[in-house]
Design a protein around this ligand. Structure first.
Ligand code: FAD
Ligand code: MLT
Ligand code: ZN
Length: 480
C-alpha cells in the first residue's frame, strides 16, 4: 500500500532495503517462521504480513520507520504478543510490516539513589522485576503474563495487573520514554525526573496508545523498596457487596499495606480446579464468591500475619465473610495466587471465551454485577459467567463461556449482543468498556458508541497530528 507523497516500492525492494537496516538476522519472511507472530496467544485473531522485522537498536527502529514513511508502509508493533484484543496482530492483506521489539531487551541502567530503572521496550516484564530485585528494589507491575509480556507492550496498553491499588498502572510507574515517531525521528524523552513542569506531558500520549502513535523503544520506570514481608488470605464471601465492604475493612486496619484485592466467582474457580493441574479448593464447602487479599511491607518483621488476622476478625464481626484461610508459607501463597492467575488459561478449555474488561466505580460494583448477570442470562439462558479481577480498582473481567452442550458457533454469533449488554450496563454506571486491555481490534468500532464525541474528535486530531499518513497500527485503537 502506498500513500500519496510516498515512493512506491515493490515488496521485494522494500524487503531488500529493510534487510540493509536490520541485517539478515533481523528479518523474517518465510511463512512458517512468521506464523507465530501473526496469531495471538488465544488464536482469536490471525493476520498476514509483508515481513517481520526484529531491529536490535533504537537507530535500527528509526531506520525501519524512515523506510516505511518513505514508502507508505503500515506498521504493527509487537512485544510479547500476549495482548487480549488483537492489537499486535496485523490485518489480512499481507501488506503491513510487523515490527517485533523482542531483540531490544537490554536493561540500560539501574539508578538506586534515584529509584529508577531504564529498560528497552523488548525487555520481558519478569526480567525487569528481577533486575530491580538484584538491586534490592522492586518494580511492582505484576500480571499473569509477566514471563512473556514486554515493557513496550505494558506501556502501549497501560497495563494494570494485581498491584494497582498500591502502585498504580504503567502510567503511574513511568518517568520517561524514548519513542520512534512515524516519520523515523527519535524522541529522546528518557528523563528520570519526578518533577518536570516544562509543558505537556508527552509520554502520556504514547502510554496506552496501543502502538497507534509511534514505537516505544525504551522507558525510565520507578522502583520501590523491596517487599520483605507479605501476608495472603483466601476468603469466601457471600456476595460482591461484601467484597467492597471488606476492602474498606482492610484499609481501616492495614492502611496502605493493602497491595492486592482480587475477586473470583465460583464459576471462575471451578474452571481452574478442573483444568489447572495441582490446584485444590482451600475450603470444603462451595461459596458464591472468593477474594484474595494481599498485604505487603518493606520491613522484614512487619507482623502482617497479625494484621491480616485482625482484618478477618473485624470482617467476621461484620458478617462479611463465610470462611478464610491465611497462607502460612510462600508456597501456600503461590498456590492461592495460582487459583486466581489460572482463570484466563483455564477458561480457554471451555469453548470460546468472550472477554470483556470493564471498570465501574467500586461503590457500584454490586448493583452492576446483579443487573448485568440478569441481563446476560436473558440473552443466553444458562450462560456461564466468569467474573473475576481487580475489584479494588473497580475492574472486573466479565468473561463469558457457553452453556454446556451449546453450539460454539451459535455462541460466537451472540458475541455482539452479549458485549452490548455488558457495555450498556457499564455505561449506565459511568464506567469504561476497557479498564486495562485496550481497544485493539475488538473494541475499536464499538468505542464510538460509548465515548463523548468531543473526546473522540480530540483523539482523532492527535492521531492526525502525530501520524498524518496513518501508518501506525491502522485499524486498532482510535476509530476513524
Ligand atoms: P503485545 O501483545 O505484543 O502488544 C499489545 C499492544 O501494544 C499492541 O497494540 C501492540 O501493537 C502494542 N505494542 C507492543 N509493543 C509496543 C511498542 N514497543 N511500542 C508501541 N506499541 C507497542 N493486562 C493487564 O493490564 N492486567 C492484567 O492483569 C493482565 N493479565 C494478563 C494475564 C494473561 C495470562 C495474559 C495472557 C495477558 C494479560 N494481560 C493483562 C494483557 C496485557 O495487555 C499484556 O499481557 C501485556 O501488557 C501486553 O504486553 P505484550 O508485550 O505482550 O504486548
Ligand atoms: C487477568 O487479570 O487475569 C487478565 O487481565 C484478564 C483476562 O485474562 O481476561
Ligand atoms: Zn486483569
Amino acid at each position: 500500500m502506498t500513500v500519496s507523497g510516498t515512493d512506491a516500492a515493490t515488496p521485494g525492494d522494500l524487503i531488500r532495503r529493510l534487510t540493509d537496516v536490520v541485517g539478515t538476522s533481523g528479518i523474517v519472511t518465510a511463512p512458517a517462521e512468521m506464523a507465530g507472530y501473526l496469531t495471538d496467544w488465544r488464536s482469536a485473531y490471525a493476520g498476514a504480513a509483508l515481513a517481520v522485522v526484529r531491529p536490535a537498536s533504537t537507530e535500527a527502529v528509526a531506520g525501519v520507520m524512515r523506510l516505511c514513511h518513505q514508502t507508505g508502509t503500515a506498521v504493527v508493533p509487537q512485544g510479547g504478543n500476549t495482548g487480549m484484543c488483537g492489537g499486535a496482530v496485523p490485518d489480512s492483506t499481507g501488506r503491513q510490516l510487523l515490527v517485533s521489539l523482542t531483540r531490544m531487551r537490554r536493561i540500560r541502567d539501574v539508578d538506586v539513589a534515584n529509584q529508577t530503572i531504564t529498560a528497552e521496550a523488548g525487555a520481558v516484564l519478569q526480567a525487569v522485576q528481577e533486575a530491580a530485585a538484584g538491586a534490592n528494589k522492586m518494580f511492582p507491575l505484576s500480571l499473569g503474563a509477566q514471563g512473556s509480556c514486554t515493557i513496550g507492550g505494558n506501556l502501549a496498553t497501560n497495563a494494570g495487573g494485581t498491584a494497582v491499588l498500591r502502585y498504580g498502572t504503567m502510567r503511574d510507574l513511568t518517568l520517561g520514554l524514548e519513542v520512534v515517531l512515524p516519520d523515523g525521528r527519535i524522541w529522546n524523552g528518557l528523563r528520570a525526573l519526578r518533577k518536570d513542569n516544562t509543558g505537556y506531558d508527552l509520554k502520556q500520549l504514547f502510554i496506552g496508545a496501543e502502538g497507534t502513535l509511534g514505537i516505544i523503544t525504551a522507558a525510565v520506570l520507578k522502583l520501590f523498596p523491596a517487599v520483605r514481608s507479605r501476608a495472603t488470605a483466601w476468603v469466601a464471601i457471600p456476595e460482591t457487596q461484601s467484597a467492597v465492604d471488606l476492602i474498606g475493612v482492610v484499609r481501616e486496619v492495614a492502611g496502605d499495606r493493602l497491595t492486592g484485592f482480587e475477586i473470583m466467582s465460583r464459576q471462575s474457580v471451578d474452571f481452574v480446579l478442573r483444568h489447572s493441574p495441582g490446584t485444590r479448593d482451600p475450603f470444603a464447602d462451595r461459596h458464591r464468591w472468593y477474594a484474595l487479599v494481599e498485604l505487603s511491607d518493606s520491613l522484614p518483621e512487619a507482623g502482617l500475619d497479625d494484621v491480616i488476622a485482625s482484618v478477618l476478625e473485624v470482617a467476621v464481626q461484620r458478617d462479611l465473610i463465610a470462611d478464610a484461610a491465611i497462607a502460612s508459607s510462600p508456597a501456600q501463597a503461590a498456590a492461592l495466587w495460582a487459583l486466581r492467575e489460572g482463570i484466563s488459561e483455564a477458561q480457554n478449555h471451555e469453548g470460546p471465551s468472550l472477554k470483556h474488561d470493564v471498570t465501574v466505580p467500586v461503590s457500584s460494583i454490586s448493583q452492576f454485577v446483579e443487573r448485568t448477570d440478569r441481563a446476560l442470562e436473558k440473552v443466553v439462558p444458562g450462560i456461564r459467567i466468569v467474573t473475576y479481577g481487580h475489584v479494588g480498582d473497580g475492574n472486573l473481567h466479565y468473561n463469558l463461556s457457553k452453556p454446556p452442550g451449546y453450539n460454539a458457533d451459535d455462541f460466537r454469533a451472540r458475541a455482539t449482543d452479549l458485549a452490548g449488554v455488558i457495555y450498556d450496563q457499564t455505561a449506565a454506571f459511568n464506567g469504561s468498556i476497557s479498564a486495562e486491555h485496550g481497544l485493539g481490534q475488538s473494541k475499536r468500532d464499538v468505542i464510538a458508541d460509548y465515548k463523548d464525541s468531543c473526546e473522540l474528535d480530540l483523539m482523532r486530531g492527535l492521531k492526525q497530528l502525530l501520524d498524518p499518513r496513518g501508518l501506525m497500527n491502522p485499524g486498532k485503537g482510535v476509530p476513524d
